[in-house]
Design a protein around this ligand. Structure first.
Ligand SMILES: Cc1cc2nc3c(=O)[nH]c(=O)nc-3n(C[C@H](O)[C@H](O)[C@H](O)COP(=O)(O)OP(=O)(O)OC[C@H]3O[C@@H](n4cnc5c(N)ncnc54)[C@H](O)[C@@H]3O)c2cc1C
Length: 401
């Protein structure tokens, strides 16, 4: 068995994802909590050259973070590194397969499991979904004092498991819905077949798409304040965006940073009134209006040193010193693998028959943020997850008796 070292910390959803993936492989690993051990944090930065957690080493070889681990698994390269054998091409058949383990997928699983359909949930690269990268959830009914996002998703998962849901780590890379049974392809080629499929693949953080953002990701650029805010204690940071996510992350960053500058393309925020009021009330948050990040300055070795910002109205370009840049500009539905198969709008949101979760393919249902461009909330995702399980159950009863 190889030696696996994971540098991790408290409240880090990506660490939880990485651990979950390793646990699903049946391997054990050594955890080094850098929040408790500052010397080991310095060691992690020295060994990996990165300032994000987790950082994983297998037999002394730097693998990277949770996304890198997931990418290795998707490419079929992780199992050999872990000394595990290759699986056969057809793994198993299920009545209902649910793609995604966020609020929508897990609610669909609770309903399908209680209907005796023994669903399989394929968890994807972000087990628990987007709520695992947030802190307080204050608007989900039933939690009068609020609840931490990761804790809430843990409760959803336990409830789904209690009624007989099984879970599989990994990501679906292709689908074949042109014949029966429906086929989804896990990672590099394992086939899973199903009578009905529920797509609950949610949405992912959008990035700016500039070269320096990619180059410096993990070296001072981050798309998750909850994970990486800790590294910027006592420093001044920038955050890009003007919606609820940006305001929530800006407020979270004030716990660590001495100053948080919000860079926003317009002169008003898109965030809800309550989030705007909270952000405006913070003495640590300042705003750069009508502005866009043109380039993030720095090197992977030395980290981020500054940002170059263009005023979109005047064209004036200014440079600002900073060690951290957080990107919080919204989300893209995770539906690329369904292009040409399932009907979707121009952004990629899946289309369903109005008032139902039926897609254009018989036996395939869609729920949650993957099909909802308008509400995109945990409670609406859970609601449509429930609808999709009921739709699937009725469809199965009609077609498979
Ligand atoms: C920072 C932040 C804070 C938020 N705060 C709140 C809040 O306070 N209240 C609220 O109501 N909402 C909040 N939201 C919105 C809420 O998180 C989403 O509406 C909700 O998570 C949507 O659930 P979902 O299940 O549709 O998708 P997601 O949560 O996005 O889950 C998608 C799932 O699909 C999986 N997946 C993706 N692609 C594949 C694939 N190819 N194969 C298999 N699986 C795949 C992923 O791994 C993931 O498990 C917040 C969102 C963010 C980002």
């Amino acid at each position: 068995m190889p030696r696996i070292e994971m540098y991790m910390g408290y409240g880090c959803p990506y660490c939880a994802s990485a651990k979950h993936l390793l646990a699903s492989k049946g391997v054990s690993w050594e955890e080094i909590n850098i929040h408790d051990l500052p010397d080991r944090r310095d060691e992690m930065i020295r060994r990996s050259g990165r300032m994000t957690i987790p950082q994983i080493f297998i037999d002394g070889v730097h693998v990277g973070g949770s996304d890198d681990l997931q990418a290795l698994d998707t490419a079929g390269r992780l199992d050999p590194m872990l000394g595990l054998g290759k699986k056969g091409p057809h793994r198993e058949h299920h009545k209902v397969v649910i793609l995604g383990s966020g609020a929508a997928g897990l609610t669909a699983a609770i309903y399908a499991a209680r209907a005796d359909l023994a669903p399989l949930v394929i968890e994807g690269g972000q087990p628990g979904g987007q709520l695992t990268i947030t802190t307080d959830v204050e608007n989900y009914p039933g939690f009068p004092d609020g609840v931490q996002g990761p804790e809430m998703m843990d409760l959803f998962r336990k409830q789904a498991a209690r009624f007989g849901t099984t879970f599989l780590a990994g990501e679906i890379t292709r689908v074949d819905f042109s014949r029966r049974p429906l086929t989804v392809i896990l990672g590099e080629g394992e086939l899973i077949t199903a009578d009905a499929v529920i797509v609950a693949s949610g949405a992912s953080a959008k990035l700016l798409g500039i070269e320096s953002e990619k180059r410096l990701m993990g070296h001072g650029v981050s798309a998750c304040a909850t994970c990486d805010g800790f590294f910027f204690r006592g420093q001044e940071v920038f955050i890009v965006g003007g919606g609820d996510t940006a305001m929530e992350e800006a407020l979270f960053l004030t716990k660590f940073a001495t100053k948080v500058t919000v860079v926003h393309r317009r002169d008003t925020l898109r965030a809800s009134r309550i989030m705007q009021e909270r952000a405006f009330a913070s003495e640590k948050i300042v705003f750069l209006w009508d502005s866009a990040v043109e380039e993030i300055l720095g090197t992977p070795d030395g980290g981020v040193t500054g940002v170059r910002i263009r005023n979109v109205k005047t064209g004036e370009v200014t440079e600002h010193a900073t060690q951290g840049v957080f990107i919080a500009i919204g989300h893209q539905p995770n539906t690329t693998i369904f292009k040409g198969v399932l009907d979707m709008d121009e952004v990629g949101y899946l289309r369903v028959r109005p008032g139902t979760t039926h897609t254009n393919v018989e036996g395939v249902f869609a729920c949650g943020d993957a099909m909802d461009a308008r509400y995109r909330q945990a409670v609406t995702a859970a609601g449509s997850g429930c609808m999709s399980a009921i739709d699937a159950e009725r469809w199965l009863a009609e077609h498979h008796a």
